[in-house]
Design a protein around this ligand. Structure first.
Ligand SMILES: [Fe+2]
Length: 129
């Protein structure tokens, strides 16, 4: 049996704001409540379960998504429309720029809880043939 990542919990300052932000910026459907979570399923069937941190300190996590060129344009367009800060690098030094690693495009931005999100059009280490 192939072992697949199925879900992970995303601790959030405000789970509703975080789940809505994620779903809207990426163009997914409305978050689905399940127990205490608000779930958003991405296209490879991994669900991000947003949960209120309820006073616990939130450790910044990093979530990276492989997208098509068209999806990059759409998502990056929404990032710009919302006037979000974005960076070409995970160290958040190159503000207002994107990168072109592996012959594609990549950019970093933050979700409302401060988690660092990334969209890339080429997987790491996979140069275009
Ligand atoms: Fe990354």
């Amino acid at each position: 049996m192939a072992i697949k990542l199925n879900h992970t919990i995303v601790h959030s300052l405000d789970q509703r704001a975080a789940a809505d932000f994620f779903a809207q910026v990426f163009g997914f459907g409305k978050p689905v409540p399940f127990g205490p979570f608000l779930g958003v399923q991405v296209d490879n069937e991994v669900t991000l379960d947003f949960l209120n941190a309820d006073g616990m300190e939130i450790q910044m996590q990093h979530y990276a998504f492989l997208v098509s060129e068209k999806e990059f344009d759409q998502i990056f367009g929404r990032i710009q429309a919302r006037k979000l800060k974005y960076w070409a690098d995970p160290g958040q030094k190159q503000e207002g720029r994107i990168n072109h690693h592996f012959g594609g495009r990549g950019v970093y931005f933050q979700d409302p809880s401060g988690h660092l999100l990334e969209i890339i059009t080429r997987p790491y280490g996979k140069e275009l043939p």
